[in-house]
Design a binder for this molecule. Sequence first.
Ligand code: NAP
Length: 259
Amino acid sequence: MDLGINGRRALVGASSKGLGLGCATALAEAGVDLVMNARGAEALEAAAADLRERYGVSVTTVAADITSEAGRAEVLAAADSPDILVTNAGGPPPGLWSDWDRDDFIAALDANMLTPIALMKACLPGMMDRGWGRVVNITSQSVKAPIPQLGLSNAARTGLTGYVAGTARQVASSGVTINNLLPGIHATDRADALDGPVAQSKGISIDEARAARAATIPANRYGTAAEFGQACAFLCSVHAGFIVGQNLLADGGATNATI
Ligand code: NAP
């Protein structure tokens, strides 16, 4: 399918690996020029070179912490009013409800709520002026059904979801859509980081821990960054212009809900 976004320009945050890279890859495949970001320069440059080579699009890299004001300023300067914004950052650490103090919450809110909000505030005016724009926020299935050990993530992402619900409806008449894409369990470094401690605490191998977790998903497998990226690219396409303020689960059926 022609997504109708060839030649558009996108900013994809936190995109040297995992789900962010999946989104950058699918957008590059659709002919979109990219600004990609991550803290580590080496993996970022390698990912960018690969996309330039495979899809012939322009890719600018900015090695910076997207959750810091200075990092965001660098990334936004390079992106120069993009048509498409995909927000992403690392997820907060797991723990118990009683583990976290104010500073932990502030860090989680900064990364997973206030950073995407700041990026939207910076990018929406240009999109609205031009009468076309797409924003996809990578959030989590945890906004639909809580993941008990990820209380910081549950809290911060739900705050972002509330902001998007109202804002998406304020900008839609300008041809700009904002939606959230909610990953369930995907095979990325983040999933490994969560599976490792489970394997250790249960005295099983990481493969056994993965198989046990996959068995909790109706699809009986982890998602891939590639298929997540294609869903993101569709939401960024010309065909998705009437999809506004939605929270789309990509979780293999894991969230047991009728609607
Ligand atoms: P990942 O494989 O660990 O990749 C994270 C990417 O983000 C890397 O490119 C990393 O590069 C970059 N990054 C992290 N912190 C950053 C920062 N402060 N500034 C700029 N770049 C940053 O993670 P993932 O699995 O793709 O997860 C992406 C998001 O989806 C996370 O918020 C995660 O919590 C959420 N999520 C993931 C899953 C899953 O199963 N994978 C499920 C639900 C939600 P550097 O380290 O070099 O910066």
